[in-house]
Design a binder for this molecule. Sequence first.
Ligand code: AMP
Length: 213
Amino acid sequence: MNIIIFGPPGAGKGTQAKKIKEQFNLNHISTGDLLRSAIENKSEIGLKAEGFIREGKLVPDEIIMEIITKELAEGKNFSGFLLDGFPRNINQAEMLEETLRRLNKKIDHVINLEASEETIIERICGRRICLKCGKIYHIKFSPPTVDNKCDNCGESLTHRDDDKEETIKKRLKVFQEQTVPVFDYYRKKNLLRIIDGNSSESVVFNGILEVLQ
Ligand code: AMP
């Protein structure tokens, strides 16, 4: 099963993606995670992408396609893939379709996780992540056992620069302008499944399981 998950920043996309990939043994491909680790490693792609991310802008499509094409061609030990954070605009959606056609693969479901602005701001301002293992925390809803340390690997937690309020506003605007039109693209293909992301983690996950099974 091949899935795309959409959601504005703070809709719980990353958290739900981790649960979905475990449930269905999917290759979780998050362009945001791939870019953050490229920045950490100071690779050529990381250096090119860094400024765009810091400013809350989309990274140019050519850079994204370079990382995504490689990932899509891999994943032999999985039952499919879960795309998280990609495609972010119509051009990427069209390039994805072309790439999948060449690889003889197709998308089965597109999940759109919806959340109100109130939910988004509350979740993002409290979000902390572990850059080493990718685990996501929330200072109020899912705090680590030891203050500011990852439960899995003990690494200090990070408040992403692009999770600060000014950048969030820009990211939400970019999402409205560039990513929302992609929903129509998949609605026309009869692949779009809308999920209410305002509830608790487990209620949202059950809603997702219902539409996938
Ligand atoms: P995310 O973790 O998915 O919210 O991504 C963090 C940031 O990485 C975004 O605000 C963009 O700057 C960049 N990014 C991630 N995925 C993409 C994409 N598919 N296209 C362009 N930029 C992206």
